[in-house]
Design a protein around this ligand. Structure first.
Ligand SMILES: O=C(O)CCC(=O)C(=O)O
Ligand SMILES: [Fe+2]
Length: 216
């Protein structure tokens, strides 16, 4: 490991090294890393069947939420989303287990996979995934995120980190991981990120946000 003269890196939650990481049922490729704050691009996380199944589960949900509830309208996030909770599905369970193993955080700390669909022109403006320190939710705050790309986007739709001048293009089956549980708050703030507008085609992602403690 290379360290610079003046500072040592803070400890991270994700601590896989090398080019690959193995979960119970899959070998995942570590494609790229930004060291601090840690951002890791992962390949071969989901196969096509798993991606398609998650999209299908979400389509059923999104359909229903349109009937039952008023659709939340927000300028920050113009896409439509649904949490895949209370669904008994083999593929979903398998994916949740794999995600937990990649992140090194028990699944009980997760909010459940959140599926988002962006149509052309839709975006998720730059934001932090953690809750403001003064908010009620911050008592069990989020500490890490995994965004799984469920389809190929024809144009646009990258995940961008404006304070780092860094961005990740969506590719079906790949993922981007980042964490923001540093003692140094300025490192956490560097994880500001967004989903750039989709220009052509559509974009489907599944996001896992992990909390510091179990969700009770
Ligand atoms: O759409 C993206 O690429 C980013 C999604 C995101 O930031 C989130 O789900 O928290
Ligand atoms: Fe986010």
């Amino acid at each position: 490991m290379v360290m610079n003269d003046t500072s040592m890196k803070e400890a991270t939650i994700f601590n896989h090294v090398g080019n690959k990481l193995k979960t119970e049922d899959r070998e995942i490729h570590i494609i790229a890393r930004y060291e601090e704050p840690l951002i890791v691009v992962l390949g071969s996380v989901l196969d096509d069947e798993e991606c398609d199944a998650l999209i299908q589960l979400a389509k059923d949900r999104l359909q229903r939420s349109k009937i039952g509830m008023t659709k939340e309208v927000s300028d920050i996030r113009t896409s439509s989303g649904a949490f895949l909770t209370d669904i008994n599905n083999e593929i979903l369970k398998r994916v949740e287990k794999r995600v937990s193993s990649i992140m090194g955080i028990p699944i009980e700390h997760g909010e459940g996979l959140h599926i988002l669909n962006y149509k052309p022109g839709q975006e998720y403006k730059a934001h932090y995934d953690y809750f403001a320190p003064a908010s009620k939710a911050a008592s069990n705050n989020r500490i890490a995120t995994l965004v799984l790309y469920l389809n190929d986007v024809e144009e646009g739709g990258s995940t961008y980190f404006p304070k780092l001048n860094f961005s990740v293009s969506p590719q079906k089956g790949m993922a981007v991981y980042f964490e923001y549980f540093y003692n140094d708050q300025t490192l956490n703030e560097l994880t500001l990120h967004g989903g750039a507008p989709v220009e052509k085609g559509e974009k489907w992602i599944a996001t896992q946000w992990m909390r510091k403690q179990k969700i009770t």
